[in-house]
Design a protein around this ligand. Structure first.
Ligand code: FUL
Length: 489
């Protein structure tokens, strides 16, 4: 063996040993769990609002609807899953029971279910068809089980809580892996309630034993994440328009939030001083309603609008939850499917070429001067590797050499959030013939921050980090040019 070659191998071995031996940066006191990290990386999840309302043309059923009207003639859960997959959706959440109480599975605890419908002569189980289709195509499956039930006679008494827990048990035991349970905050009001037809109010703070409900979920499905206004794993973003705050922290003070009563502005920005890591989730429907209504056939969101929502959710450190409601046949409408597909094509086209890939990067500070924290880790297309400034720094800057002939108008920044969300203020500058020009600025970055600017060129990029709650670190930087259909708004 050639001596030079041997020397090369030895140096490489030594370098990788050095990196492995070098401990990571000091994490913040609030960091995500491994399952939260995995969930955030899904970026995009989907909602399927399909139930009795699909057949009554309502958004909220009263609870007295007859099971005999529920009959999707061409139901095909695989069609949903395939269309969602093409749109880049990694998990689908089905409304197993909405506020009207009708169950898409043959629950042993009620007659108000699919077992008394004409669908498959009462032998059907749509939760099963749904979870099977998800399993077949590698789609994660989540379930929505409405805490409010306008059909159940015992609603507002302890009897209903027992019923609710029993149903949860059925759903989490009989359908394989469930990756998310979605607990809605909408609750209490008028309803059928077993024939009483009255208004029932509950104390949102004490009626549901959320702690026990969480324990049931984690016991039966340890890998599942729980969504509600208050987390614990994922929280509502505070509006149903799919938009996270420009500033968005993945931290919350959970003492300040409760299911059904949380301050929506607080949920929209998260809390820089929050003591728990709770991912923000931006829910929105592709149509005006959550359920399918033929009269809304022309009012679905355009691909460009969906792309805009991606920037305002995923691009602001949250997760995008897009609802696509199946029609009465039990199928996603063709137009919705086409819009979702086009949405994904536009995003893929925009983010295909990272102009900063392998670009040379220098930094004002490098933690322990180690290659493990090298500035170039930002442009190596590896989310695991990262640059970090020295422990005592709260400010730092990076300079990235770029190809001055290429126009760009999208900027990507990602923090290694496994060490916490650290950066609190930054701007981005470009070196133009006339000097440095500031092209973007912001507060939070988190898992992913996308900035849209008017197209520009330059010789260098400078990222100035002005404030952080710990030593600044970044794992990824990218520059892109928006493709057709991805328009600034
Ligand atoms: C709300 C519900 O009242 C809507 O019907 C829908 O399910 C939405 C996702 O959550 O609170």
């Amino acid at each position: 063996m050639n001596v030079k070659y041997l020397f090369g191998i030895l140096t490489l071995l030594l370098l990788s040993f050095n990196c492995a031996a070098q401990p990571d940066i000091k994490p913040n006191s609030v960091v995500p769990s491994q399952k939260q990290l995995n969930y955030q990386a899904l970026e995009m999840v989907g909602f399927v609002h399909f139930n009795m309302n699909t057949f009554t043309d309502k958004e909220w059923g009263y609870g007295d609807e007859s099971p005999t009207i529920f009959d999707p003639k061409k139901l095909d859960c695989e069609q949903w899953v395939k269309a969602a997959k093409d749109a880049g959706i990694k998990e689908l959440i089905l409304t197993a029971k909405h506020h009207d109480g009708f169950c898409l599975w043959p629950s042993a605890y009620t007659e108000h279910s699919i077992k008394n419908s004409p669908y498959k002569n009462g032998k059907g189980d749509i939760v099963k068809e749904f979870t099977d289709a998800c399993a077949k195509y590698g789609m994660k499956a989540g379930l929505y089980l409405s805490p409010w039930d306008r059909n159940h006679a015992g609603y507002s008494t302890p009897a209903y809580i027992t019923y609710y827990k029993n149903q949860l048990q059925e759903l989490l035991t009989n359908y394989g892996k469930i990756s998310e349970m979605w607990f809605d905050g909408a609750n209490g009001g008028d309803g059928f309630y077993g024939g009483a037809r009255e208004t029932r109010k509950i104390d949102k703070k004490s009626y549901y034993p959320w702690q026990e409900i969480q324990e049931i979920v984690y016991k039966l499905q340890p890998e599942a994440l729980i969504f509600s206004d208050a987390g614990p794993d994922i929280h509502w973003i505070g509006n149903e328009r799919g938009i996270a705050g420009e500033t968005f922290w993945s931290m919350l003070d959970r003492n300040k939030v409760a299911v059904g009563t949380a301050d929506t502005d607080y949920l929209n920005t998260g809390d820089y001083y929050g003591t728990s890591w709770v991912i923000g989730q931006c829910d929105v429907s592709i149509r005006p309603g959550w359920f399918y209504h033929a009269k809304e056939d022309e009012s679905f969101r355009t691909p460009a609008q969906l792309v805009d929502l991606y920037y305002k959710s995923v691009g602001r450190n949250a997760v995008f939850l897009l609802n696509i409601p199946p029609n009465r046949d039990g199928l996603f409408a063709e137009k919705d499917v086409a819009a979702m597909k086009r949405f994904r094509e536009i995003l893929d086209n925009t983010f295909r070429e990272n102009m900063a890939l392998n670009a040379k990067v220098t930094a004002s500070s490098v933690h322990s001067n180690s290659s493990k924290f090298a500035p170039g880790n930002n442009t190596d297309n590896d989310l695991n590797s990262y640059w970090a400034a020295a422990d005592n720094k709260r400010q730092a800057s990076l300079e990235i050499a770029i190809d001055s002939t290429k126009k760009f108008d999208r900027i990507l920044l990602q923090e290694p959030v496994r060490f916490g969300q650290r950066i609190a203020s930054f701007d981005v500058q470009v070196l133009r013939p006339g000097g440095w020009q500031t092209i973007a600025s912001g507060t939070s970055i988190g898992y992913k921050r996308l900035l849209r600017i008017t197209p520009i060129t330059g010789k260098k990029i400078r990222i100035n980090i002005w404030d952080a709650n710990n030593s600044p670190a970044l794992s990824n930087f990218g520059l892109y040019k928006a493709a057709g259909g991805d328009v600034n708004q």
